[in-house]
Write a protein that binds this ligand. Structure first.
Ligand code: GCU
Length: 687
């Protein structure tokens, strides 16, 4: 299927006043770059040349300058043309892999990109192109950026039959009929994600089944090598999801016990062979003992023993094991009010703190449950002091409207990253840099094996993300892990300009839709942090009791008097997993934030929120407001007819119509349910 260019849109013109073209692209590399580095540098030059051609219609001359050459003393800029210099330098400020500085040297009429590493040069070249489309004068070509998050990773839940678990934008562009697909789209994708600084990508689903288990065998070797080659050009490290039970499923053994000598030898042989054929491979992502996946628990081993066995084998290759903490009992009895799924990650992993090998990173979902529209931050951040950690977000909108609804998630991610964990050091002293962002970017514990991952929202739809506005989440995630200090508004503004150009009306409308979309979705879906009121299985659309009497540990505990899960001291004790003062803040009803109230506590419908409204009236009002806002979003989009490409306009309109109808359904389903359950009428008489 053909594809579009997303934010690398060739139709968006240069916005710099008076700039008419680029005379030369000068490359200055003082030391002899080789291998991988050289390939990335070539890509940086190639991308710059491509951008020049797209922006100005004419090509620039490409010159390589050696250390001893003088850079031409400058040009006469009266013709509106400049030079671009890409330079690899040895400056401490640019030492971090991926860091770059963009500036404009007016004396020489030269835009300059300087970086200490090949990746930095590539990111700087992409940013220079973006700045050409976003700023109005040459002097604004000024930006220095050091990537905050060492790992900036996307997780694909692509299956080898071509389907995508929780995929809402078509089929996989990596796999079809148990084979790896390599075509134009492969490079276009890697280019797109590299342009926003993504440096790592897991191509297959964590729920490794059937063919994907064999991805590590010789059968797929030559295709993996080709794929790794394409990834390498753009500085993206290739990762695979592994099946912990592979020794049984393809190795012919009768166990996958991580402490069994035969199991270890089997893995060693297979992985040694794999790394020697595909040296670009960086590591593996593993889901074990979770939702039916096999793992160390089966053999009475713990997760450190499981992870370390694999990590030790791949350590000589610089390999990394990313081990997911999404481990919980999914066969719960809903009548049991003490077992609490929200506690599971902490209960399972906190006791293992300090036991993982140095090349193991724990990947922790942002919340304790599963990507609900509103969840508290996982208390495991703030629990681990001696273990490498990554945060897992989900930009695939599984519980946030499945890319039929608009839900710009960057404001949510910003809130989560800014959460203060109040973690203390091993001696019990407070640590200044203690937010989730500090932990996963390595500031808290001064480490490099950490970062941010997102379950991605892409597929083979022409626009990559199904809903055109969902691309803002992909763009935004990349930008946010590179520079978490950016505001959601900064990111939104960049994406809109690069995607739609500088039409003010378009900007204001799209910005209004994006910035209100998460609060709107929250208002008409699950109120006050309760979550899970979705249809079982597909997780789309309202179903208040869909997960109430099931085994998944996902309850709202509504009865005739009240609702919410009691997770305080008198309940499951989950709140006690937070450090003080967070723990007291959530424990006390008076201080518990309204938006998380029903996640933390069971309260009567007549309980008054900080706003003074009762819980029940809040439920009614927020659903009415949310649905109205969904209609308003749709109506505002209609005002853009004729101002943006017709196909994009129609695609988005179709989805906004679906969203408006669905929001009405959410409103009516939830309000009727609670009107009946509580017996309390709506003060405004609407239900
Ligand atoms: C959710 C999701 C599953 C997925 C799982 C995971 O439960 O619904 O499809 O497999 O998360 O993160 O592994």
């Amino acid at each position: 299927m053909s594809y579009e260019s997303a934010w690398l849109n060739a139709d968006i013109p240069c916005s710099v006043a008076g700039l008419k073209g680029v005379e030369s692209i000068l490359l200055k590399v003082d030391h002899a770059a080789a291998g991988k580095e050289e390939r990335i540098i070539e890509t940086a030059v190639h991308e710059t040349a491509r951008a020049v051609k797209e922006l100005f219609g004419t090509a620039a001359e490409e010159k390589r300058i050696t250390a001893t050459d003088e850079i031409t003393s400058g040009r006469n800029a009266s013709d509106g043309r400049i030079d671009i210099l890409l330079e690899l330098v040895g400056e401490p400020a640019l030492d971090t892999d991926g860091a770059y500085r963009i500036s404009y040297n007016s004396a020489a009429s030269r835009a300059e990109v300087k970086a200490g590493t090949a990746r930095g040069l590539l990111y700087g070249s992409f940013r220079l192109t973006f700045l050409f489309k976003m700023v109005s004068s040459l002097n604004e070509l000024s930006e220095e950026s050091v990537p905050a998050s060492p790992l900036r990773m996307l997780n694909h839940w692509d299956n080898m039959d071509g389907s995508i678990e929780r995929g809402y934008s078509g089929k996989s562009f990596f796999f079809r009929d148990d084979s790896i697909i390599i075509d134009d789209r492969t490079e276009a994708y890697v280019r797109m994600i590299a342009s926003v600084g993504i440096n790592s990508c897991v191509i297959n689903n964590v729920n490794v089944r059937t063919a994907a288990t064999r991805l590590i065998t010789a059968d797929y070797r030559s295709d993996l090598k080709k794929l790794a080659g394409i990834f390498e050009k753009y500085g993206v490290d290739l990762y695979l999801s592994l099946n912990f039970a592979a020794p049984i499923e393809i190795g012919g053994l009768n166990t996958c016990d991580p402490l069994d000598g035969q199991v270890r030898s089997w893995w060693k042989e297979v992985l040694d062979d794999l790394f020697s054929d595909v040296p670009q491979l960086k590591g593996f992502l593993i889901k074990a003992d979770s939702e039916g996946r096999p793992g160390p628990f089966t053999y009475g081993r713990d997760h450190a023993q499981g992870a370390n066995m694999l990590a030790d084998i791949i350590a000589p290759y610089g390999g990394i094991i990313i081990w997911r903490c999404f481990v919980y009992n999914c066969k719960q009895d809903w009548r049991d009010t003490k077992t609490d799924r929200a506690r599971a990650q902490y209960d399972n992993f906190k006791p293992l703190d300090g036991k993982f090998s140095d090349n193991v990173i724990l990947q922790i979902k942002n919340g304790p449950m599963d990507f609900q529209p509103r969840e508290p931050v996982s208390p495991l951040f703030g629990g681990l002091k001696d273990t490498h950690q990554m945060i897992e977000f989900q930009i695939a909108q599984e519980y946030t409207g499945q890319q039929k609804h608009v839900c710009f998630l960057i404001p949510e991610f910003k809130e989560i990253l800014g959460f203060k964990t109040y973690i203390r050091d091993k001696e019990g002293r407070p640590i200044k840099d203690d937010t989730v962002c500090d932990i996963v970017t390595g500031r808290t514990f001064k480490n490099k094996n950490c970062g941010m991952a997102a379950v991605t929202n892409t597929g083979d739809d022409a626009n990559w993300t199904g809903h055109d506005l969902a691309a803002a989440n992909l763009y935004g995630f990349g930008r946010l892990c590179f520079n978490p200090a950016l505001t959601a508004e900064d990111i939104e503004k960049e994406w809109i300009t690069l995607t739609f150009g500088d039409d003010k009306e378009v900007f204001l409308t799209v910005s209004y839709i994006l910035s209100t979309s998460w609060p709107t979705y929250e208002k008409y879906s699950s109120p006050l942090g309760v979550g899970w009121m979705v249809n079982p299985g597909n997780h789309y659309g309202p179903n208040v009791d869909g997960y109430e009497f099931s085994e998944w540990g996902t309850y709202h505990r509504s009865d005739s008097r009240g609702m919410g899960v009691e997770r305080g001291k008198d309940g499951t004790g989950y709140i006690g997993q937070y450090n003080e003062p967070n723990s007291s803040l959530y424990e006390k009803l008076e201080t518990c934030p309204d938006e998380l109230l029903l996640f933390m506590h069971h309260v009567p419908y007549t309980y008054r929120l900080h706003s003074g409204k009762t819980v029940i009236q809040y439920i009614y009002d927020s659903h009415y407001e949310g649905a109205e806002e969904a209609h308003r979003m749709r109506d505002s989009w209609i005002g853009l007819k004729g101002r943006i490409k017709e196909n994009v306009y129609e695609r988005v309109l179709e989805r906004l119509n679906i969203q408006a109808d669905s929001a009405d359904e959410w409103r009516d389903t939830i309000c009727s349910y609670y009107r009946e359950k509580s017996g309390i009428p709506d003060e405004k008489g609407r239900i």
